[in-house]
Design a protein around this ligand. Structure first.
Ligand code: PGA
Length: 250
């Protein structure tokens, strides 16, 4: 059985005050979340605050990006060791906003996955197609290409140390969610891609859905056989909504 995992992706949102309030709300209700693993991925400047506030709670935390370099003259970058220094368990790699707005390609994302994994972080690898790609009928090819970049670099077994987040780009922040059937179809195809290479890996790796998952639609998405959790943007900024999603996961 794969343990469901719900992770909040706060993106570039929040202040010290609003984050304190959000975490107080999450901490107050987290006891009602029975089965799901829960994490929040904060803007890096707030990770120290988050670490202090979540220490000793069942909620883990992580970063939203990392450098492929260990240390040195890389102004503005954050190393894996720095995330670990502040107790991060997770780091998002290859979010579509990083791919499209900051030019991260499959090879760079694969390197980030490798660096995070080798450092002992759990990378959350985001994959997903644009609307144009879906309309062209090449969703599976796009996702396979994104996934294969990691498999080619690190081997299929490396995926066990990470989490995959399937995030159709057209559903991110748009309020347009993939239907449970659409999401399940792609999740199943991702699982099959892995199974064709290694059945045991395919069985173990958790695949989150991301893209306008919210308190109202989480339960039906999470009920699908190959959806093992969610990567939540907008709805992770409200404690009640985030907790409702976590409870829907078990
Ligand atoms: P959203 O973002 O839930 O606001 O669509 C999800 C994500 O980008 O991870």
């Amino acid at each position: 059985m794969r343990q469901p995992i719900i992770a909040g992706n706060w993106k570039m949102n929040g202040s010290r005050a609003s984050i304190k309030q959000l975490l107080d709300g999450i901490k107050a209700g987290i006891g009602e979340v029975k089965a799901a693993e829960v994490a929040v991925c904060a803007p890096s400047i707030y990770i120290a605050d988050v670490a202090e506030q979540l220490a000793g709670t069942p909620v883990a935390w992580g970063g939203q990006n990392l450098s492929t370099e260990e240390k040195g003259a890389f102004t503005g970058e954050i190393a894996a060791s720095m995330l670990l220094d502040f107790g991060c368990k997770y780091v998002i790699v290859g979010h579509s906003e990083r791919r499209t707005l900051y030019g991260e390609d499959d090879q760079l994302v694969a390197q980030k996955f490798a660096v995070a994994r080798k450092a002992g972080l759990t990378p959350i690898l985001c994959v997903g197609e644009t609307l144009e790609e879906r309309e062209k009928g090449i969703t599976e090819d796009v996702v396979a290409r994104q996934l294969n970049a990691v498999i080619d670099l690190e081997g299929i077994e490396a995926l066990v140390d990470g989490v995959i987040a399937y995030e159709p780009v057209w559903a991110i922040g748009t309020g347009k969610t993939a239907t449970p059937e659409q999401a399940q179809e792609t999740h199943a195809s991702i699982r099959k891609m892995m199974a064709d290479k290694d059945a045991a890996v395919a069985e173990k790796v958790r695949i989150q859905y991301g893209g306008s998952m919210n308190a109202a639609n989480a339960a039906e998405l999470l009920a699908m056989a190959d959806i093992d959790g969610g990567l939540i943007g907008g709805a992770s900024l409200k404690a009640d909504d985030f907790l409702t999603i976590c409870k829907a996961a078990g």
